[in-house]
Write a protein that binds this ligand. Structure first.
Ligand code: HEC
Ligand code: HEC
Ligand code: HEC
Length: 401
């Protein structure tokens, strides 16, 4: 926590510098986000008046100093936008959104109160005090109309190599435009896809935290292709092949930087997906299931009952777990095999969002099924457990070969 406090105010300053560049980028690729919903439900929020606060367009209509969000205000004397203006706003706004992932979307997290999980600071104040706010909920529904870019990288990236060579890079304190801070110092507190666990007091992250960090980082990697991987090009100097801007600063001056080379080696070792089509589904890995997935079924989540409590006796559903022996906290080998069989029947290999095991206990606002007799255990697809399940469905193994 200590490490994060200092750069917060400066974070704002760096956003100011980079905003103009972001606005000049090419339109984003198709992502399925619903334009009509944007026009009728989302866009009006930018002119809505909230008590004690200024309208979004009042600041974001001018551009200068307000980061990468530039919204065209309605023409003078009118309160609505033409189709052409709306399309432009749509393109500007979707750059600050990660389709299918409200929690990684700056548009939703920047003006959200910090106490509700929002970013630490927004120059325009906090407009929503909780995710339950109807506007925030509508924004989340809209973001979920988009298709999450399915990265297949996690399946072929080596977890052990990640832990020993990549994570130290995330933890190392460095000087940047925002003062002395590590990647994790910033990236544990702000909404991006690279959502890392808070840096530990000393030493390295726990295995569970590393699994979660691995899932987050893997989303930003194209297997076998360092220069197409956002994780590597975002903090890399533009002159050295990096992209135009990273709010946190450019930390690598060249591709010869030892850190950059370490990340590149990790990415290069992974097998690229062949062709543009989705790679053939890989077999579901039993060892990964046993080590990473099965423990979720006995885990206690606040306000909810453990999966085992209902799914051991038979709920009239197709998901049946073996009963734990008296006093035991985990299953025998034979029982684990049976659990594996039951779980795999509810999974579509290679396709997390088509898998009932993942979608049934997932919140509806995050794209989950409308109802689960056992409640909603994951509020977002960015949830660490959900990400681990998704990695398994895509074929992850404990140590990628
Ligand atoms: C009083 C002026 C003001 C108002 C009103 C305001 N903002 Fe901002 N906003 C800023 C400033 C200044 C920044 C840049 C500094 C920062 O990151 O906080 C910013 C940054 C942002 C960013 C980050 C942009 C980036 O490139 O990362 C988002 C997203 C955003 N605002 C959304 C909104 C939304 C949505 C509203 C209305 C609900 C709103 N803002 C209202 C001043 C304002
Ligand atoms: C001072 C804070 C800060 C530091 C330090 C920082 N970043 Fe960032 N980073 C940001 C912000 C803010 C964004 C979102 C805006 C943007 O994309 O520039 C971001 C975005 C990113 C993204 C894109 C995430 C996405 O969802 O597309 C990647 C990748 C990234 N950073 C990697 C790193 C790495 C690797 C390091 C360490 C070498 C690092 N960052 C250090 C603030 C920081
Ligand atoms: C309070 C009891 C309860 C808990 C706890 C519970 N469930 Fe369920 N679950 C049910 C009931 C009842 C059904 C059947 C009705 C339905 O489809 O929602 C069900 C159905 C399911 C199904 C659909 C099975 C099928 O045949 O289509 C899946 C998958 C599932 N649960 C997974 C889980 C997971 C994973 C957990 C823990 C994260 C969990 N459940 C926790 C009661 C529970």
């Amino acid at each position: 926590m200590q490490t994060f406090r200092a750069p917060v105010s400066l974070l704002a300053a760096t956003t100011l510098v980079t905003g103009a560049l972001v606005a000049g980028q090419a339109p984003p690729p198709p992502d399925g986000l619903d334009y009509q919903m944007f026009r009728t439900t989302i866009q009006p929020m930018f002119v809505a008046k909230r008590e004690g606060l200024v309208r979004c367009v009042q600041c974001h209509g001018r551009g200068a100093g307000t980061g990468g969000l530039l919204i065209l205000p309605p023409a003078a004397g009118t309160t609505t936008w033409s189709d052409e203006q709306s399309r432009k706003n749509f393109d500007a706004v979707r750059r600050l959104v990660v389709p299918g992932n409200p929690e990684a979307s700056r548009l939703l997290m920047h003006p959200l109160a910090r106490s509700a999980g929002g970013d630490p600071f927004h120059g325009g104040g906090k407009h929503w005090d909780s995710k339950q706010h109807p506007e925030w909920q509508a924004l989340a529904r809209w973001v979920n109309t988009g298709t999450a870019a399915t990265t297949t990288a996690a399946a072929s990236l080596d977890f052990d190599a990640y832990r020993t060579t990549v994570e130290p890079v995330f933890l190392k304190e460095r000087d940047g435009p925002a003062g002395r801070v590590s990647c994790a110092g910033c990236h544990s507190g702000i909404a991006t896809r690279l959502r890392l666990a808070a840096p530990p007091e000393r030493g390295s992250w726990s295995m569970e935290q590393s699994t979660q960090n691995f899932a987050a980082a893997s989303q930003l990697v194209v297997a076998g292709k360092p220069l197409e991987s956002r994780l590597l090009v975002h903090p890399l100097d533009a002159a050295a092949g990096g992209d135009p801007s990273h709010s946190g600063g450019k930390f690598w001056k060249s591709q010869d930087d030892p850190e950059w080379r370490a990340l590149a080696a990790w990415v290069s070792a992974a097998t690229p997906a062949t062709g543009a089509a989705a790679p053939a589904a890989r077999a579901l890995d039993y060892e990964f299931f046993k080590a990473r997935i099965q423990p979720m079924f006995t885990a206690k989540r606040t306000g909810l009952v453990r999966c085992t409590q209902c799914h051991t006796r038979g709920t009239g559903s197709g998901f049946a777990l073996q009963p734990l022996a008296q006093g035991a906290t985990s299953w025998t080998e034979e029982q684990s095999r049976k659990n594996f069989e039951s779980a795999t029947r509810l999974v579509a290999p290679g396709d997390p969002t088509a898998s009932r095991l993942l979608m049934h206990p997932l919140a509806r606002t995050a794209g989950g099924d409308p109802f689960h007799g056992g409640g909603k255990h994951w509020i977002a697809q960015s949830d660490a457990e959900w990400q681990t399940l998704a990695a398994w469905v895509r074929g992850a193994t404990l140590t990628a070969r």
